[in-house]
Write a protein that binds this ligand. Structure first.
Ligand code: SF4
Ligand code: SF4
Ligand code: FES
Length: 307
């Protein structure tokens, strides 16, 4: 059994990042060392409350002596390590990742940073061709990627799944970051209602046997929605407001309060637009809940507005 020293007792590690000497704690990742030094490294599949899965590779950096680029979100620092976060090789790799994602997936509702990175790294998704017409991707034969029509780019377009009153799943926006699977599984909820099905081009997030959400093991905690970076998983309220062109974050207030349903005291962030709660999140840095809630805290807000 490996014994891990408490954070306060861990040794210091000295390394070089972009030519600057940096000191951090033993066991920290390159990403943590970069952030502590004020260096931005883009991430998509990483979240501080989840174990790194190395799925997106947008965080790669160059490390002297390493043949391949390394994912900053999971690679621990080492004494004397020399890291380059902005070399041409790094920028080319990040540009390619962003370009491939943005050309095959609808990123229109992705976190704002994604669009900034697409600009900063000069990604040009359009050079892969216009998107193919929507297909029912989940119905494709396992192992068989549906070829796009000539001159069009293959995408993951498919119909929005709306099979319950709480949230919609729009997997045409899914970048397969695995965060929802982690949140539904052993990283938080331990419900295992969703997993990655298929392989290669056919890999997709699915309930068991692709059953509708009400027929699955889902308990509607919404912890998957909370970690999704692209809006593939979205409150019905937000989805409908966006569909009507009425979603406007500049008109929203976020109020932190305590969930009234039980004695655990989870913190809620109520997102309110036009005097109505339009979605509920929970602060990631809360030491009890770490951003997670149950169905009551996440979705049981209708009583407050007489619905
Ligand atoms: S709402 Fe909760 S239980 Fe349902 S799929 Fe998402 S994380 Fe799993
Ligand atoms: S649905 Fe969202 S959280 Fe889940 S894998 Fe796709 S992008 Fe990631
Ligand atoms: S953020 Fe590091 S691999 Fe995705």
């Amino acid at each position: 059994m490996t014994t891990v020293a408490p954070v306060a007792l861990r040794r210091k590690v000295e390394l070089t990042i972009d030519g600057e000497a940096v000191t951090t704690r033993e066991g920290a990742t390159i990403l943590e060392a970069c952030r502590a030094s004020g260096i931005e490294v883009p991430t998509l599949c990483y979240l501080e409350t989840l174990a790194p899965v190395n799925a997106c590779r947008v965080c790669v950096v160059e490390v002297d002596g390493s043949r391949a680029l390394v994912p900053a979100c999971s690679r621990p620092v080492a004494p004397g390590m020399v890291v380059h976060t902005g070399s041409e090789r790094v920028r080319t790799s990040r540009r390619m990742v962003l370009e491939l994602l943005a050309s095959s997936v609808d990123l229109s509702t992705a976190e704002g940073d994604v669009h900034r990175w697409i600009d900063e790294y000069g990604a040009q998704p359009g050079r892969h061709g216009p998107p193919a017409a929507p297909t029912e991707r989940d119905r494709a034969r396992a192992g068989e990627h549906e070829p796009p029509a000539v001159g069009l780019a293959a995408t993951v377009a498919q119909a929005v799944k709306r099979d319950n009153d709480q949230y919609v799943r729009d997997y045409s926006k899914c970048i397969l970051c695995y965060k929802c699977v982690e949140a539904c599984g052993e990283e938080a909820q331990n419900t295992f209602a969703i997993a990655v099905a298929g392989r290669g081009f056919d890999a997709r997030i699915s309930t068991e046997l692709d059953v509708a959400l009400p027929d699955s093991a889902c308990v509607y905690c919404g912890n998957c929605i909370a970690v999704c970076p692209t809006g593939a998983l979205m409150f019905v309220s937000e989805h409908d407001l966006r569909a009507r062109g009425e979603w406007d974050e500049s008109r929203q207030d976020v109020t932190r309060t305590v969930c009234p349903y039980c004695g655990v005291g989870c913190n809620l962030e109520l997102h309110v637009q036009d005097n109505r709660i339009v979605k509920v999140t929970s602060p990631l840095d809360h030491d009890v809940t770490g951003g997670n809630l149950c169905v009551k805290g996440r979705f049981g807000f209708e009583f407050a507005q007489g619905d």
